[in-house]
Design a protein around this ligand. Sequence first.
Ligand code: DAH
Length: 345
Amino acid sequence: MEQQLKQLEQEALAKLQAASNLKELNDVRVAYLGKKGPITDLLKGMGKLSPEERPKMGALVNAVRENVTAQLEERITILEEQAILEQLEKESIDVTLPGRKVRQGNRHPLTRVVEEIEDLFVSMGYEIAEGPEVEKDYYNFEALNLPKGHPARDMQDTFYITEETLLRTHTSPVQARTMELKKGEPIRIICPGKVFRRDNDDATHSHQFMQIEGLVIGENIRMSDLKGTLDALAKKMFGDDREIRLRPSFFPFTEPSVEMDISCFKCGGKGCNVCKHTGWIEILGAGMVHPNVLEMAGYDSKKVSGFAFGIGAERIAMLKYGVDDIRHFYTNDSRFLSQFHRTEG
Ligand code: DAH
């Protein structure tokens, strides 16, 4: 029996050494020290021994049990430490690895156009004004001399929220809003923003686009002031040797109204594909603020006068950067947008 015990001890110790994880250790514990294990069996069989042998054997079995238990605990500690080390190893960060490059973004081409124009006008003493994109019929049309049923409304069909509320079709309502706010005071503002029309999208049309509105009101503001201002704008955006030309046009909120062309920046006026062989490129609409618009906003049209203009940001960007499809501006394709990285100034 003693020998049997020794053998069991050797076996158990060998298996403890061989166990490579906590689960295997537990299996060994159950197999040798558990209630159904051989050591318990031996203890149970002690009743058959003679009274002299019994204490001797009892002490032996206990010694074996203690030894195996001590070994087991030692192995548990070792394997637990090992497991922690392995996990740390797995989770460790190699601080010498090269970092992941943070991709630097760049300004959207439309933002650039708007900011360039803002810079120019702020340098000439203008303030930047903003208005809501969901606008009242009154500011979008009526206050701009476009009463209900006016035929010129047809050119600016839009998305209506209610009979009296709509997505603004141009930035011109900011004119009327600012005039109301300034209550007869002189005004010099530039208003960039999104506008909307019920247009079918194609290479040159979009149901949403950007405009930049300008408005100047004061005593003795003349058409020549408008012309000088637009000339400065053309040169800033398209180069110092640009010439401008004003053609008569019609807008209900200006009288007289004009459209401005610039001499073609590509061919210098000789005629090419950019200017459709005319030498001129149409850029914006403008005019002298209509007396009705001034009066409706509480300005005395006999004392003050003003000029206004509206620029389409997409059109400027398309010309300036040679973009052939307006939809590129809205699709957020980084292959398109990243091209403006190099020229970022
Ligand atoms: N609001 C006009 C449009 O969207 C553009 C415009 C023309 C604005 C003449 C003006 C202006 O301020 O004077 O077609």
